[in-house]
Design a protein around this ligand. Structure first.
Ligand SMILES: Cc1ncc(COP(=O)(O)O)c(C=O)c1O
Length: 475
């Protein structure tokens, strides 16, 4: 029971507890290579193991952790492992995971410099490293968010601030009641988190101007030209670097040129949740050509940088738009506004986790070359998987330009390819060798494979390919 602990018994208990927890964590990591990737328990079993009324009496911490590890384990997805290809999900680099443990241990409130100078300085440092690595303009500011969703909210709040300020409106003080209208242009293939960010910011999910995309999901330039509104009113345009299904990129440079030509004061945002990492590789960065001409960029650390969850980055070219849009009003008990970085001026949060530490560790452990290598390996492995599937007669629906593959399965008897593709996906998930998910691409059911885990090898691809082809054998 915790309420009976003195400080000295606590010290020994902590040591025993944390060592045991480290063992449990290591056991889990070692199991990743062989455990089924899919969870083995559903809601009912997990509720039976974890639920029930909260008992009056507490338990010793070691017992809690043993119980939690045993009861939760069947419902833990092998997402940190090398053969999880669902959604766009990175694993955790060893240094980033270890730094994440320290982050919890230090328990810093990364809202203010005064609450944790190291947390604040580490954010400054990773900000400058990332700006450089991702090819963004010098002086760009950063906010460390929970993920790309909140990075969009951050960037689009800065956008809303600046375009309305130019129209003579202070949105932070007055809100949107009676404000000049903002035209918002997004691609028809924009990720769902863009309309969601607009929803949060009062700009409306569906009152956007949607621009047609091509067969790979790239914004069509001629449609963009038609979609741009006439006049010089407040305008925000969101482009995409890395379609969640195909991995394709909008023609970012030409789109920026076109927009700037017609609307020099428009705010241009880029959703690069995983695609922005192409900037780290000389072989792939041409996909992003011209991206530094935008005003804001959003990406994730928990995808391709392989930092544990709770790690997104919002970058804004104009730090004053960023800080003016996000800074909370002062409060008498808060010491803020110094030369140091007070983190809550850059994100829509007050108190929060010191999420700069795991990013710092990831970048230090990889170095510039390591990030480049990780991105290039993901792309190479995606090509290997796509080639293997294609060679076995599976249809690949996308040009595999990055880490994403869309596969479609046709039954030998000429039957329904949609139903068969969905069935193959379910069979692969149930088999447990690897895990991947499905989607509908231009009306066709497809298997989505995304390869962004740092630990995936050629052998993992070959083993997964064999499992997928086995699942696609009729019968
Ligand atoms: C293109 C794109 N944007 C945004 C997101 C959302 O990222 P997060 O889940 O970190 O908020 C994703 C997630 O896959 C994505 O692929």
């Amino acid at each position: 029971m915790t309420d009976g602990l003195t400080r000295s018994t606590r010290r020994t208990t902590d040591r025993v507890l944390l060592r045991r927890t480290a063992e449990l964590a290591s056991d889990f990591l070692e199991s990743l290579d062989e455990r089924p990737v899919a969870p083995r328990a559903g809601r009912d079993e997990l509720l039976a193991a974890l639920g029930g009324p909260l008992p009056g009496a507490g338990l010793p911490a070691t017992e809690v952790i043993e119980d939690l590890a045993t009861s939760a384990e069947p419902g833990v997805v092998g997402m940190a492992g090398p053969r999880y290809f669902g959604f766009v999900i990175g694993g955790s680099l060893p240094a980033a995971l270890a730094a994440d443990w320290l982050t919890s241990t230090w328990d810093q409130n990364a809202g203010l410099f005064a609450c944790g100078p190291s947390a604040s300085v580490v954010e400054e440092v990773v900000g400058s490293w990332l700006v450089d690595l991702l090819g963004l303009p010098e002086g760009t500011s950063i906010g460390l968010t929970t993920g790309c969703q909140m990075a969009h909210v951050t960037c689009l709040a800065a956008a809303r601030h600046r375009v309305l300020e130019r129209a003579g409106w202070d949105v932070e003080d007055r809100g949107l009641f009676g404000a000049p209208e903002i035209a918002v242009v997004i691609g028809s293939e924009a990720h769902a988190t863009i309309p969601t960010a607009l929803q949060y910011l009062g700009m409306g999910r569906t009152r956007v101007i949607s621009v047609e995309s091509d067969d790979q999901g790239r914004m069509r330039l001629e449609s963009l030209a038609e979609a741009l509104p006439a006049g010089n009113g407040p305008l925000i345009v969101s482009l995409q670097a890395g379609n969640v299904n195909t991995g394709s990129f909008d023609p970012i440079g030409p789109a920026i040129e076109l927009i700037r030509d017609r609307h020099p004061e428009a705010w241009i945002h880029v959703d690069g949740a995983f695609g922005l990492w192409a900037a780290a590789s000389p072989s792939y960065r041409q996909l992003l050509d011209g991206h530094a001409g935008a005003d804001s960029w959003a990406t994730d650390g928990h995808k391709w940088l392989n930092v544990p969850y709770d790690c997104g980055y919002a970058f804004v070219r104009d730090p004053s738009a960023h800080a003016d849009a996000l800074s909370p009003p002062g409060a008498a008990y808060i010491v803020y506004g110094s030369a140091e970085r007070d983190e809550f001026r850059w994100v829509p949060e007050y108190s929060r986790r010191a999420r700069g530490f795991p990013t710092y560790a990831a970048l230090r452990s990889l170095g510039r070359n390591g990030v480049r290598g990780m991105v290039e390996r993901g792309c190479r492995l995606a090509t290997r998987m796509a080639d293997g599937l294609r060679d076995s007669g599976v249809e690949i629906l996308n040009d595999v330009v990055l880490d994403q593959i869309l596969a479609r399965f046709h039954p030998a008897d000429g039957g329904d390819a949609d139903a068969w593709t969905r069935q193959v996906i379910s069979r692969v998930q149930a088999d447990g060798t690897c895990w991947l998910s499905g989607t509908t691409w231009h009306g066709m059911a497809a298997m989505r494979i995304s390869i962004v885990n740092w630990s995936t090898t050629e052998a993992d691809i070959d083993r997964s390919l064999a499992a997928i082809l086995e699942a696609a054998r009729k019968g």
